[in-house]
Design a protein around this ligand. Sequence first.
Ligand SMILES: [Zn+2]
Length: 91
Amino acid sequence: MYELKNFSEVMVKKALEEYLASNKIPCQCERCIADITAFALNRLPPRYYVSEKGEILTNYEAQLFPDRARVMTEVILATQIVAAAPSHDRN
Ligand SMILES: [Zn+2]
């Protein structure tokens, strides 16, 4: 089975994980993580590819991604925007 994937989405999720590993944000709930991912992805061009179902991107392939620096920039911007105005009530 094959599936359509967006390389940008894979990279945004990776970049966000990396960022959260060393930076604190006010809320890391499922909603905020989804909002951050959506915000960053809306500002990046999609890069679709076909992968075999369940196939995981290797680090080597991730290194080849042309917009790595930009992805991290967008992820950082997105975390700041969402942290300043979360979609849910503050808890
Ligand atoms: Zn939240």
